[in-house]
Design a protein around this ligand. Structure first.
Ligand code: ADP
Length: 327
């Protein structure tokens, strides 16, 4: 497969600050590549480097040429901070930016693709932050690029708007557009990206498919059991070879596969331990991010966890086991 973007030994300093530190990276034609990392990790600087908007040390080629030599019609860029003229309507902006290219997509088609058809005739300055961001995405798409750089495309956009923008990006990717995007939303990256690179302090510390990164850095799946008898539950589960640890009102069992949930429940029922809800979660890209950056999220709990049962709907040990001879 041809490479759309290749970076070799790319570094960028601002005075004493090393914003990007010796990064090697390649993005294949048609690939969606997600860049993640904490604030200040170097994502924006790397995107600017790849698009030729800031000079760097090292070598970068885009479609085999220096970024500044590439035909502008082939590349779309949505910078993180982008403020188009505020006293133009969404339609006028798409028209205006379309006019900068030799060929451009139809304005109404772009407005409708980014969900701005209804507010097309409102001044940019009167639009909500999310609507403004959608117009900016439209501007990045107006030349129908085959390589699209999006620096935090969905920041400020409400959940419904994000979902529709994700669908739009998926359609573009299905149509063969190469996309490099940065985001703080691990849900967004896990949904869209074929491969992910994690930047920290300017260095690319991990690259892989979401599944590969989760496999190597995400940790184990967990079953969290609410119970007032945590110590006794841990004893019983440990005797049954589960890796259980006690909190004050819950027990955490590591490495439980979905099919083993019933076994763990059976152990508790056998020794008469009462429990509240059970929540099973598998590792996600968010866990990879936390593991590799050493950061913690302020919010407790795991958004990807699934509550699987309560005492009233939990299967009894006998129900959980396969019934021999059952029809
Ligand atoms: P991210 O996009 O991951 O938040 P940036 O690429 O914006 O990170 O920034 C990386 C580092 O480079 C930060 O320490 C930031 O302060 C610094 N930096 C970025 N742009 C400039 C600039 N124009 N002048 C000086 N320092 C900068």
């Amino acid at each position: 497969m041809n490479e759309a973007v290749v970076a070799a030994g790319v570094s960028k300093r601002y005075g004493e600050t090393v914003a990007v530190d010796d990064v090697d990276l390649s993005v294949a034609d048609g690939e969606v590549f997600g860049l993640i990392g904490p604030n200040g990790a170097g994502k924006t600087t790397l995107v600017r480097a790849l698009t030729g908007t800031t000079p760097v040390d090292g070598e970068i080629t885009v479609h085999g040429e220096a970024p500044t030599a590439v035909d502008a019609d082939r590349i779309g860029l949505l910078p993180q901070s982008f403020s188009p003229p505020a006293r133009l309507t969404a339609r006028e902006l798409i028209d205006y930016y379309g006019g900068l290219y030799e060929t451009a997509r139809d304005t109404d088609e772009v407005l409708s693709a980014v969900g701005m058809a209804a507010a097309a005739d409102s001044w940019y300055e009167t639009l909500s932050g999310g609507q403004q961001r959608r117009v900016c995405v439209g501007i990045a798409l107006v030349n129908d690029p085959d390589l699209l750089f999006l620096d935090e495309p969905t920041t400020g956009i409400d959940p419904a708007g994000r979902q529709s923008l994700w669908s739009l990006l998926e359609e573009l990717a299905d149509g063969g557009t190469t996309i490099v995007l940065t985001s703080h939303s691990m849900t967004e990256i896990q949904r869209l990206a074929d491969r992910v690179g994690l930047l920290q302090d300017g260095r690319l510390v991990a690259v892989g498919t979401p599944a590969e990164l989760i496999e190597s850095h995400g940790g184990e799946s967990q079953l969290v059991i609410d119970t007032d008898q945590a110590a006794a539950a841990v004893d019983a589960l440990t005797d049954a070879d589960f890796a259980a640890t006690a909190g004050s009102t819950e027990v955490v069992v590591d490495g439980v596969s979905p099919v083993e949930i019933g076994d763990a429940v059976a152990v508790l029922s056998t020794v008469g331990i009462e429990y509240g809800s059970l929540a099973w979660s598998e590792p996600s890209l968010e866990d990879v991010y936390l593991q590799l950056t050493g950061e913690t999220f302020a919010t407790a709990g795991n958004a990807d966890s699934t509550t699987v049962a309560t005492p009233t709907d939990a299967p009894s040990p006998t129900e959980a086991e396969p019934q021999e001879g059952a029809q």
